[in-house]
Design a protein around this ligand. Sequence first.
Ligand code: ADP
Ligand code: MG
Length: 573
Amino acid sequence: MKTQKDLHSLLIQLDGKGYKAYKDIKGKYSFKDYILSIDSVQGDPFASPSKARIIVNQDTAKFPIALFDKYHKNIALCDFLTRLFSKNISKYYTRVHGSGKSGLLTIDCPGQEVLLRTSVVINEKHLEARLEVGLPASGRRVLGKEAAKIFLSALPKIIESTLYYKNINTNELEKHVDLAVDQYHLREGLIKKGLVAFIGNDSILPRESGVSDKPLKKGAISFQNPESLESIFELPNRGKIKGMAIPQGITLIVGGGYHGKSTLLRALERSIYNHIEGDGRQFVVTREDAVKIRAEDGRHVEKVDISPFINNLPNGQSTEVFSTENASGSTSQAANIIEALESGTKLLLIDEDTCATNFMIRDEKMQQLVEKDKEPITPFINRIRYFYEVLGVSTIMVAGSSGDYFDVADNVIMMDKYVPYDVTHRAKDIAKNIHPKESHRFFDNSKPKTKAPRILLNSSFPKSYKGMSIKAKGRDKIIYNKTEIDLKYLEQLVDNSQTNCIAIMIEYIAKNLANDRSDIGSIVSKVYETIKNKGLDGLSTFSGHPGNLALPRKHEIMGALNRFRLLKIKKGP
Ligand code: ADP
Ligand code: MG
């Protein structure tokens, strides 16, 4: 193997040559205590940056196995090292100048969540960090001496202070892993107790601003449970934690405008993921399969059975195999729910603020004026109990204005100046007094039809003369050849690297799994099998390393496929 010295002389040699000459530096170099692997070299200073890995043997890195011997600990350790690496880049590296992406040096940096990523990978044998480097240039000429500063001066310092156990703050690392262990137990305990969500006392739910996911610092009122919904968990590291439990069933969050209802729901929506220390939501947990539902007019729908909610459309169109290029508020919300069930959710999260009103409720005056047979919609309120009692799907819903939902709720929580109160009895009394004889007037248990599986057709993935190109653009968008997939309303997708990962997964599905026989759900399960066997690296087909992937849930992958306007489905037998 070439050495550090070889790299140095090569870079000096290349100085001043045309940019393409950089291709020569591809390869592995042994440094004193690690290997630098330059895996792919950009063709141009403006192109995507080059990719490099740092590989450290565990003989020298010496991370105790006890810190990564479980899946959740491994994720936490790699998350810690990724964050530390990023911090140490800022500390030890001053960007060298040049054209285009010259001098860029990054590792994929996590937000408030702790996710399975490809930025750092660890096992008993070694530790690997994956970086992106913008090889420096002046115009289109190699700046070899500047490149040498990155590889031979800055990087060794960063690595020295990040990837060796003896050099890092092990106390902080242990706390990071301990929290992950506690969160793992809390999530297990949640399911064992038959709960769908838990909010630990002293949690901080509001965020700094509409564009920041960091906690609100000034004037935040911390969460305290109402007496009647109290639950206590015993965690291995933190010990006892008390907070508010939300049981299975139908839970309403009510209260005046601006009293913190949506903030509570939003915290639940995000707490399918674990949060870092200091986030304020580190002891908020929601069932991991919870899906946020909202109206999404304009979306594409491909052969979804929305007949539990919508029938007899004025144009005579079938709603058992419903397709549209341009869904309305109510049809989009119906499709979102049916697709969420298809992806296996047992908990729907709904905020009245972002619903189609006619999908949620039809009040009595409207029922008198527009007779039932002229209204295609069976509102959600008529189905919500069927969902729970027959399908086992719970709902947590913010309801600021539709008191009719008192009739169907199991628990009603009122937010009053950001403090929760259990008002179930009062809400039930009100419901009884207004409709004393009709306790079941909202229970529509007419059976939705048996679901035919939705078979994914190969023709969903046409090739252009250039083949297939699938690229993520930020968090919200994936471009397939020239077709855009809009992910804006998949609100539980939280990280650009998850979107990158979905793009790779769609490519993987198109190339390996779509076979005109399997349904979307089982295809996505197969993707997870590959990940289980080979890690996220196992999905990657492109050159270099896949350093910027983070694992999304199957709900979001299916959500992306379902929003793909070229998607072709055959309804199975
Ligand atoms: P609602 O949905 O009830 O109308 P929101 O949840 O949108 O209210 O909250 C209204 C405002 O109050 C937001 O700016 C939010 O950040 C803030 N807020 C929410 N919860 C708290 C809290 N616990 N402490 C301080 N401010 C909060
Ligand atoms: Mg609101």
